[in-house]
Design a protein around this ligand. Structure first.
Ligand code: HEM
Length: 468
C-alpha cells in the first residue's frame, strides 16, 4: 500500500516506483497546439511512441498522464476513484451545466446522484420505450417521403431524433412548441463547449477566458433560451398545469423526488439537471447511432445478420421491452460501434493527492486522461483491435477479458446514469431502421473522426437511402 492514496488502495502493480515514458518539457510544449487542434491524434501519437502510460509535462507545474491500459481505467475510475475529481477540462461545461450531475462534485454530487439514480432505474426507464419507438417511427416516416437512392444526412437526423427522445422523456408533450429553440440552444452549447475545451490556454482561468472567446454572446443567448424553456415548463408543472395525468415524465419525477430530509429539488438545481440530461443524453446516443449506420453499411454480412434477427424477433412489429433481450446481435453491433467509436472518447480526472499507478508516481494536481478510444483498442484485451467484429460481444464471448477493457459508459460511481435509457433508444432505433430501410455508403470513403465533446464523424455523415 502506498502513502498517498486516500482509499488505501494498492497500486495497480506492486513494483518499485518507476519513471513513465514520455516527451520532455520542450517537446511537450510543442505538442500544445496539436492537443488544441486534434487531441485524439495527439493522444494516439503519444501512445504509439511511448506505450500505454505516458507522462506529459504540459505546463511548468502541471503534468498530464495518459493511461490506456484497462487496469489503469479500473484504478482511476473505480478502485481509487475517491482520489480523483473531474479534471479542469470539464470546467467549460460547468459554465452552462452548472452543478448538474456531470459537473458537480463531493457532497452535492452524492446527494444529487442518490436523488436521480432511482429515476433512471430499469423499471422506470422502460416506461419511455413507447415514446422512443414513436419518435423513431416519426423519423422513419420522414424518410419514407424521400425517393429511393436519396442522400440523407444521417448524423443530423440522429441528432434530432435523440434530442426529441430525451426531450420527450424529460418534458413530455410540453417540449413540442419549443423544440426548435431547445435544439438550436443545445447545439450551440455543444459547439461552444468544444471550442473552450480544445483550448488549453483557457484552463487556468476558464471563466475569464470564456468571456473573451468569440461566440460568447451567441452562447449566452442560447443558454438564456434553454433556461427560459426549462423555467416555463417547471413553473407550469409546479402550478399544477401541463398535460398531467397523460404521462409521467422525468420533469415530474424530479419535481416529486425528495431528499432524505424530505425537501424537494430547488429551481436552480432542477435547471442544471435538466440541461445536463439534454446535453449528456443527446449527442452521445446520436453519435453511436451514426457510427453504427456507417459500420453496418461497410460490413454487409453483419447487416444481413442484423436484418435477419430483427425480422425473426419482431416479425414486422415495433420493439417492446421483452424483445430487447432477444436482439442479441443488434446489441452486439451497438457495443462494437461504441468500442470503436466511444462517444466520450476521453475521460479526464485530476488527482487530489499523490498516487501511484502501475509503479509510476502521479503527483497531486496532475491530470489523468483515460481515453476509452485507446483502452478499447488495447492489445492486451482485444484481438485485431481495429477490426469490426460484433461477435466479441455475443453472450459468453468476452470471458477472460478484463472488465475495464470496455468502458463506453465510464465506470464506478461516476459511471453513466442514463445507460439503460441509451440502450433502449439505440436498440429501438437500429432495429426499426433495419425493418424498413438499408443505408448504403455514399461516395467519399471512410469518415474521419472529429474529437469534439463527443466523437463525431468530421463534416457529418451522409448516406444513400434504400427501401428494403
Ligand atoms: C450511448 C449513449 C451514452 C454514452 C456512451 C454515455 C457515456 C457516459 C460516460 C462515459 C459518462 C461518464 C463521464 C465521466 O466519467 O467523466 C456518462 C455520465 C453521465 N451520463 Fe451518459 N452516456 C450516454 C447516454 C446518456 C443518456 C441517455 C443520459 C440521460 C438521459 C446520460 C446521462 C449521464 C449523466 C447525468 C452522467 C453523469 C453521471 C454522474 O457523474 O453521476 N447519458 N455518460
Amino acid at each position: 500500500m502506498h502513502a498517498g492514496s486516500t482509499t488505501g488502495q494498492a497500486p495497480v502493480r506492486a513494483t518499485a516506483p518507476r519513471t513513465a515514458a514520455g516527451p520532455g518539457r520542450a517537446e511537450a510544449a510543442l505538442l500544445l497546439p496539436e492537443i488544441g487542434r486534434d487531441p485524439l491524434s495527439a493522444a494516439l501519437g503519444l501512445y504509439r511512441r511511448y506505450g500505454d502510460l505516458v507522462r506529459v509535462p504540459l505546463l511548468p507545474r502541471h503534468t498530464l498522464f495518459l493511461m490506456c491500459h484497462p487496469a489503469h481505467a479500473e484504478h482511476v475510475l473505480v478502485s481509487n476513484e475517491a482520489n480523483y475529481r473531474k479534471a479542469a477540462t470539464y470546467r467549460p461545461l460547468r459554465v452552462f451545466l452548472g452543478d448538474g450531475l456531470v459537473t458537480s462534485e463531493g457532497a452535492l454530487w452524492e446527494r444529487q446522484r442518490r436523488l436521480i439514480q432511482p429515476i433512471f432505474s430499469h423499471r422506470r426507464v422502460s416506461g419511455f420505450l413507447p415514446g422512443m419507438t414513436a419518435q423513431v417511427r416519426g423519423t422513419l416516416d420522414g424518410w419514407d417521403l424521400l425517393p429511393d437512392g436519396a442522400l440523407v444526412h444521417v448524423s443530423e437526423t440522429m441528432s434530432r431524433l435523440t434530442l426529441n427522445i430525451v426531450g420527450e422523456a424529460l418534458f413530455g408533450a410540453d417540449l413540442r412548441g419549443a423544440g426548435e429553440r431547445v435544439s438550436a440552444a443545445v447545439t450551440g452549447m455543444q459547439d461552444f463547449a468544444t471550442t473552450a475545451m480544445r483550448n488549453p490556454l483557457l484552463l487556468p482561468a476558464p471563466r475569464l477566458g470564456l468571456r473573451t472567446t468569440p461566440g460568447y454572446r451567441t452562447w449566452r443567448g442560447t443558454v438564456e433560451a434553454i433556461d427560459a424553456v426549462v423555467e416555463q415548463v417547471a413553473a407550469e408543472r409546479r402550478a399544477g398545469g401541463g398535460p398531467a395525468g397523460e404521462r409521467h415524465d422525468l420533469m415530474d419525477a424530479l419535481l416529486e423526488a425528495r431528499y432524505e430530509d424530505g425537501s424537494a429539488i430547488s429551481p436552480g438545481q432542477l435547471r442544471d439537471e435538466i440541461v445536463t440530461f439534454l446535453m449528456a443524453g443527446h449527442e452521445t446516443s446520436a453519435t453511436v447511432l451514426t457510427w453504427t449506420c456507417h459500420l453496418l453499411a461497410a460490413h454487409p454480412a453483419a447487416r444481413r445478420r442484423l436484418e435477419e434477427e430483427v425480422d425473426g424477433v419482431l416479425g414486422g412489429r415495433e420493439p417492446e421491452l421483452a424483445d430487447v433481450d432477444r436482439l442479441v446481435w443488434t446489441k452486439a453491433v451497438l457495443s462494437e460501434a461504441m468500442r470503436l467509436y466511444p462517444p466520450f472518447w476521453t475521460l479526464e480526472r485530476s488527482a487530489v493527492e499523490d498516487d501511484e499507478i502501475d509503479g509510476v508516481p502521479v503527483p497531486a494536481g496532475s491530470t489523468v486522461a483515460v481515453p476509452p478510444y485507446l483502452v478499447h483498442r488495447h492489445p492486451a484485451a482485444w484481438d485485431n483491435p481495429e477490426g469490426f467484429d460484433p461477435s466479441r460481444f455475443l453472450p459468453g464471448a468476452g470471458e477472460g477479458r478484463p472488465k475495464h477493457a470496455f468502458i463506453p459508459f465510464g465506470s464506478g460511481r461516476r459511471g453513466c446514469v442514463g445507460n439503460v435509457f441509451a440502450l433502449l433508444e439505440t436498440v429501438a432505433a437500429v432495429a426499426m431502421l433495419a425493418q424498413r430501410f438499408r443505408l448504403d455508403l455514399a461516395p467519399g470513403g471512410v469518415p474521419r473522426v472529429q474529437p469534439t465533446v463527443t466523437l463525431r464523424p468530421r463534416g457529418g455523415l451522409r448516406m444513400v437511402l434504400r427501401r428494403r
